[in-house]
Write a new protein. Sequence first.
Length: 295
Amino acid sequence: MFKIFHSYGKYGVNIFFVISGFIIPLSMDKAKYSIKYYFRFLYKRAIRLHPPYLIALALTLLLTALANRVKHIAFPENLTSIIQSCFYLHIPTDNPVFWTLQVEAEYYIFIAGFFVLLKNFPKAALCIGIITLMFLTRTEIAKHISLLNYIIFFLIGVVGYMIYNKTGSFVLNIICLLSLVIFSFTFYEIAASVASLLTVAFILLYKGPGNKFLDPFGEISYSLYLIHFPIGVKLLNLTYNHVNPRYYIFLFVITLAVVSGFAWLFWKFVEKPFGDLSNKIKYGESKKSPKSLVV
């Protein structure tokens, strides 16, 4: 079971990128976003996500400092690396999942402009945009822009939004979606492609009710993502040598419960206040939308 988590859990990132590709333009449409709100959109996203990240970064560095002091080893960061970390330019060793936030930030910069093209020129934006971006992913430019290495997964979600929202040509949207999926199968890991395909298929085809049991985990998911590595891994490192291997499953469950508890506290006192502040920033008179679309 642990090997399965280790081997396939990482593809949750691809699932997240597809969901982000879908839900961000959908929420922008519901909020009547236009290009004049470009910087307000970025400001809104920054208020929503960056302060919790900075606090999670501070928590990570504090736990690293305490753990390394106990181990009598040097603190791995310096002033330069810490400042770089504040702007997603350096990834602390004890929280490697932070790398995705740089990709997500670059996606916001991209979608804030590309969304306007999708709304006003959907056919041209898809045909020219997707072909251009596919080409760029195979060039040297991708070594300097992190988003290009994962843009295909975001675009699968974006095209899914266009199908869901009945934007542009349905036939063209389907062709573009299939092209993106085939491209991902050709140039990316099979498991990542399968995860992405299943995600967009589930979004578009599932018509049943939501699962109320999972709602709280969805609510705290960003907080859980930010802090699960330094807290969960540190806890496991402290305890697994003192636990009989036959009880590792209980150690896993206890660790999950502890991390979820910390994530709820982080959401309650850190993420939620900034999320509420972000939601007060409007583009205009919004369309009526379900609460689940507020991001």
